[in-house]
Design a protein. Sequence first.
Length: 452
Amino acid sequence: MWRVTSVAAGDGVSPGAGPACPAVSIGTANQPLPVALRTPETRSWHAPHGDTSALAMDSTIVANTVGGPVLVSRPDQSSVGRVSVDILKTLLLARRRHGTAHFLGRPDPATDALLSLTTDDIPVGHAGGITGAWLRARWRVATVARLGADRFADASASFWHELYREIRRHAGDERLPSPLRSQLRATAQRSLARSAAAGRRAAPFPRRLLRDRVKTFLPASLLEEATRRAGALGIRAGAPVVAFEVRTRPEAAAEAIRFLVSEGYTVVRIGETSSGALHLPGVIELASSADSSPLLDLFVLLSSRFLVCGSIDLQHVAYLTNTPSLTLNASDPFSAYPIREDGLYTLRTVVDLDTGRLLTADDLLSDSYFRNLRNCGYRDNTPGEMLEAVREMHEGVTHGWSERESQAQFRKRVGDAGAVLARSVPLVAEWGPDEGFIGDGRLARFQAAEVR
């Protein structure tokens, strides 16, 4: 099974959980002759419940060769979500440049199946032979150059921040004349601004780019193996399937699953789970099965009518497999906002732990919310709310996607608020609007109707 490192859901009311849902052989026999290399930009795209202690390098460089541009990518294999975004991003950039995508992934049982995906849209390859060695060397050179620039930026930012702290300390000395203290405070603020300007910039999550699709599929040999193994578990070829991730509290999902089974779906539980089996008719327990594997998880996603998940990782894998998705229990309006029209998400109920007050949509779109996350607790969606969201997904894939005015208005509010908050809230700067675009998906209608 896939290991999911970033979740959008917790269990019950979880204090201080923080917000979440938050890169062939080369198609030419010619030896590549470099005329330009583009070094990777810094980006983090850390899932907000994952490790945010260090920035991750962008995985892709552009090498111009006699055969045309080659997008060289070493996908971040630390999670299935990150590797999926890196693969999809590289394929889309290669298509835009009329070039080739070349991947340098290392063997990893958790991500090998994802890296094996292929497409007819873009020439795709993996490192091998002389060409692979040349591209690998160029990627390493570009990465070393980027790391050097990042270290210089970090040192510069640290210097100006330490200067700010020292000047600020003297500005608070009441023994100094008032005019001098005012001048020191102004100087301290300038140092702080220079510290912020000197630091590394995390590129925003590439929402505009991922809006486009690339049709991906398993190679014939892996497809045959996955089909055989899935059939042995009761997943019939051609049967309507819904992939469902249930990490905790399986009883909360029971009502929604019963609805799906009544509509003729086979529900296949995928991903990791820390709870017991569902024990419901019409459910195949792939997640807790000894036969579970990343290849089977991927096969199920590629075969499913839609995905219901509680993790941002699986939402991102669904962008690569072109699977409509419903992401449950996001803790902020930005991180898990669906990029594509066939995506929905729900928000958890946020509780101010000091007062017991339930936060409104306006609260979640404010700077104060992100500054006071430690004072917040989170309640997951109720079984009835999950049912309403799943019912909306079923209607969308069956009858076509539509949205109500309340959903369109909420999208606009998220985009407008994100443009402002990105200046001061790092999470929103990374996960919020990308050049004004937050996504074509929508908040589930039962929640959008409650937003005032």
